[in-house]
Ligand binder design. Sequence first.
Ligand SMILES: N[C@@H](CCC(=O)N[C@@H](CS)C(=O)NCC(=O)O)C(=O)O
Length: 216
Amino acid sequence: MTPQVSAFRWVPPFAQGLVRDLRVRWALHEAGEAYSERLIGASGQGSEDYRRLQPFGQVPAYEEDGLALFESGAIVLQIAERTAVLMPQDAHGRARARTWVFAALNTVEPPIMFLNQLEMMQVAQSNEIRSAVEAAVRRRLANLAEWLEGHDYLEGSFSAGDLLMTSVLRILRTTDMVEEFPVLKDYKARCEARAPFQRALADQLATFDANAPAAG
Ligand SMILES: N[C@@H](CCC(=O)N[C@@H](CS)C(=O)NCC(=O)O)C(=O)O
């Protein structure tokens, strides 16, 4: 069975290019695998049927050969296990790549998402809270920049860890925080320049274009 990835039929421009099915699409393009989409809208997202695939009604959910998965990190790892492009062949290298997957999602993404949520909230924000969250993000970025200094990728070659780390850094696109660290700016640009990323992004944006609500 061709893998199937769930994706939103359409989201407003501020979220386009960031919805997490992009991570799965990117992994599939890196692996050279074709896939189909299962498009959902706001009502489909909350349906019992969909929640059997993704218990929280979120995107992405994923199906292949009778296996249903959710959580972008778990799905990327599943795909990565079958391609050397995303996962080194040696046991230690594989363990290191998995470590970076967790670092991206469990250490770097949380403060970035906290900041992202603050930006989305329409309520008045205390400057003190925002400054504290920005400082937390900068601490992570500074450590990451230090690690990457003089290296193209987190380990010797591109892996699932880089795919997810780049995806996480992209969430900061409404700020200049990545650009404050030239090493990170170059790293993100290097990963985004990969043809599989560009194809994945084009796929997601094409779906939104095709399903854009009629103007007016
Ligand atoms: N930890 C989950 C998060 C998934 C997630 O937050 N998906 C967003 C789209 S990028 C979503 O579906 N949001 C709607 C919601 O949470 O109801 C993953 O990485 O797959």
